[in-house]
Write a protein that binds this ligand. Structure first.
Ligand code: V47
Length: 406
């Protein structure tokens, strides 16, 4: 009998089956291959090896405390310049350019409302505000901790942490910033601000933002302190496939160091699909659905030592997030509720909410078992109006009827 013809991706499949890490060249070939079925199938096989048919979601609330930012990143449609005194009027909600900053009371009210509806996580990020003191951020964490004792506070990207170290009086080391925030109630760091780790892309799209070395310094310090973090990759703007693959390789190398030397590490990679609308790069198309699936699958294959791959439905759309559950992804994030940084699902409004029923339906229709997780991927167990984390002695009462989560 004739031997079946060798397939163009056979060698990559063999490397994966042997548990080897794929090279830069392998990753680029996966981006170039027209055989998207084999790519999806290989990513799904690794996903199933790690998580079976389970797919995670969570009940969370995003809070964006300000859109004032000292940076002017070309890909960002969220930032507003801080008003100059006597020119644009007073800072705050009424500023003429759409800028805002929330008071601690407003932030706590948002967190409390979500907690009362059963949310397990507050995801808090904002622009680099030129005026707010470091105490604003520690006060924010301690006030939420007091009002919502078991709510996981996942807050502040690496870029914000570096900003806090600079504005604190006297200046602080990264470790000191993290320790003070943790003492005030911070639990983990989200993965934002990584964009693409490449000098060329950095120079063109987000020149004034701190670079790769400092992003990793913050995550290294967090991991050494036992604080878990996430990692992102913002793709589909000015980068090449090779630059995406190099970014993923840097993440897995850092992860290996943390796994070997630290008590915490990256929990997940979140490839973020660039949304051009409203940004200085609005002339670009942004990634296609196929590019999204390819990038999610390749992220799974390039980073076998990072446990989870998350498709953030706000940026991928619920439809792509659902399909990606068979392309390497095991997590579609959460209820979100309000999201200011990009607007697609909400057709221009910041109210971008997905009910638990819809999250579960997307997962079940994809042939997976929906599991509610907390931020650290521990199982959340719900009764009619209490929730608890497996193996924890406490439980939280909530009222499922006060909102649209159910
Ligand atoms: O840091 C900014 C990106 C990030 C655009 O850790 C854009 O669980 C697409 O990091 N199009 C914030 N993306 C979001 C983020 C995140 C989201 C969900 C979960 C987690 C997590 C983290 O969004 C920014 C930036 O990289 N971003 N502008 C844009 N136009």
């Amino acid at each position: 009998m004739a031997k079946p013809a060798a397939h163009e991706l056979d060698d990559i499949r063999q490397e994966l089956e042997a548990g080897e890490w794929l090279s830069l060249e392998d990753g680029v070939r996966l981006f170039e291959s027209r055989d998207i079925h084999t790519l999806g199938e290989m990513a799904n096989s690794l996903r199933e090896k790690l998580h079976g048919r389970v797919a995670y979601y969570n009940i969370n609330r995003h809070i964006n405390y300000t859109n004032y930012c000292v940076l002017r990143c070309k890909f960002c449609s969220f930032y507003r310049p801080y008003p100059k005194p006597g020119v644009d009027g007073a800072a705050g909600q009424d500023a003429s350019n759409g800028g805002y900053e929330l008071s601690i009371d407003e932030i706590v009210a948002q967190a409390k409302a979500a907690y009362a509806r059963g949310a397990t996580e507050a995801h808090i990020v904002g622009g680099l505000h030129p005026k707010l003191p470091f105490s604003y951020y520690t006060d924010m964490c301690s006030a939420i901790r007091e009002a919502c004792p078991h709510m996981h506070i996942k807050a502040f990207t690496a870029i914000e942490i570096i900003h806090f170290a600079r504005i604190a009086k006297p200046r602080l080391l990264i470790e000191e910033v993290l320790t003070r925030l943790r003492d005030a109630g911070l639990d983990s760091l989200p993965g934002g601000g990584a964009e693409i780790f490449d000098e060329r892309v950095h120079g063109e799209a987000f020149k004034s933002k701190v670079g790769e070395a400092q992003w990793f310094d913050v995550h290294r310090a967090a991991h050494e302190l036992g604080i878990f973090t996430n990692a992102t990759m913002l793709y589909g703007h000015m980068e090449t496939p090779a630059e995406r693959v190099k970014h993923l390789i840097k993440l897995r190398e850092h992860q290996q160091e943390s796994l070997e030397a630290c008590s915490a590490h990256f929990n997940c990679v979140i490839p973020l699909s660039f949304i051009p609308e409203g940004s200085e790069l609005s002339h670009l198309h942004g990634p296609s659905g196929l590019d999204d699936l390819r990038t999610l699958a390749i992220s799974r294959l390039m980073c076998p030592n990072i446990p989870h791959i998350k498709a953030f439905w706000i940026m991928h759309t619920p439809k792509i997030a659902q399909v990606s559950l068979n392309w390497g992804v095991d997590d579609i994030d959460g209820t979100v509720v309000y999201y200011d940084i990009t607007k697609r699902e909400g057709q221009g409004t910041t109210h971008q909410e997905m009910g638990v029923d819809r999250l579960k339906r997307l997962i079940v229709e994809a042939g997976c078992e929906p599991i509610e997780r907390d931020t650290l991927y521990r199982r959340v167990i719900r009764d009619t109006n209490t929730w608890r984390i497996k193996d924890e002695p406490w439980s939280v009462a909530y009222d499922p009827c006060t909102g649209a989560h159910e």
